[in-house]
Design a protein. Structure first.
Length: 313
């Protein structure tokens, strides 16, 4: 685990004072980082997959589908979902594919899997697993990305049931006018083996990039109203942990309490695709949500992709 001191000192050498920016805007204090000489997005994801199987008592051979979400999988061939399938002893009759919708990836995977299960009689158990290692591609000259990210994998299992629970509704939308705000690799994959300067490969971040929180709050309210619910009916809003100030503004726009919108980015950093699911896991661990409660997931990705999920635990 790393604290802010390393990054404050790093940018101080470049004539930038980022202490207030890191602490009060991004809400960073600590973040988990992996050892890239020994670990990868695949090793973390595999460990998370094995742990959720152990905790639930489900075997890898019982899975009918495995979806893997990552912006930076260890390999693109074969798909990481296939490698996780091998690691957990999956059966031959199993659907495996990877999904990349940047930071909205694992949320989109949940939405896709739930709807797939509703129309397929042969898919009863689905594993979702994700891991982003955005920290390793952050430009060390850019305070908007370097030191902001943390490394964490997450895995969960969806199981078909007759109980009144699961995905209740969803809303996805995109503002592609913002497609150039966040780009990786900066040079594009077609130039990957042509660039001489490694910095051209790194994440390219437009400091003027914005997030339309008014738009997000409107979509959340519309989804709740459509399902005859209010903000007060939702036990936990599992929101993007990218910027603490964004969460504060969303709380004000929705008139929701801090107890309804747990923030964990100060401990884990911003973990990309797994971000809202770490909030969900933490809120369950702390007894803040329980079976039968309504939960909303909201997160954003570069592009600019957006997703809201309404879940009943």
């Amino acid at each position: 685990m790393e604290d802010n001191e390393k990054y404050i000192a790093h940018f101080k050498e470049r004539g930038k004072d980022v202490e207030h920016f890191f602490r009060d805007v991004y809400g960073r204090d600590k973040r988990y980082r992996i050892d890239l000489t020994k670990e990868s997005s695949l090793t973390l994801a595999t460990a998370a997959a094995k742990k959720v199987l152990k905790n639930t008592g489900i075997t890898g051979s019982a899975l009918d589908m495995i979806l893997f979400s990552s912006q930076l999988p260890e390999y693109v061939a074969p798909p990481s979902s296939v490698l996780v399938h091998y690691a957990v002893g999956g059966k031959t009759d199993c659907i495996c594919y990877d999904i990349n919708v940047d930071c909205t990836g694992l949320s989109t995977a949940l939405e896709s899997a739930a709807k797939y299960m509703s129309v397929s009689e042969n898919v009863n158990k689905v594993m979702l697993v994700g891991c982003d290692l955005i920290s390793m591609i952050a430009d060390p000259e850019c305070e908007y990305s370097y030191g902001i990210y943390g490394d964490a994998a997450c895995a969960l299992i969806l199981e078909k049931t007759e109980e009144d629970c699961g995905l209740q509704d969803s809303k996805l939308w995109v503002n592609s006018d913002e497609h150039a705000d966040i780009v990786f690799p900066g040079c594009g994959f077609s130039k990957l083996f042509q660039v001489e300067d490694r910095s051209e490969l790194l994440l390219r971040w437009n400091p003027d990039a914005t997030v339309n929180l008014e738009d997000a709050s409107e979509h959340i309210l519309q989804l709740l109203q459509k399902n005859h619910l209010s903000v007060d009916d939702v036990k936990m809003f599992c929101c993007s942990q990218s910027v603490y100030l964004f969460l504060q503004k969303l709380r004000a726009l929705l008139s929701m309490e801090e107890s309804q919108s747990l923030y964990v980015g100060d401990e884990y950093g911003y973990t990309g695709t797994t971000s809202p699911f770490i909030v969900l896991w933490k809120s369950i661990q702390q007894g803040m949500v329980k079976k039968g409660d309504y939960v909303v997931i909201w997160t954003i990705g570069s592009g600019r992709t957006n997703i809201v999920l309404l879940l009943k635990l």
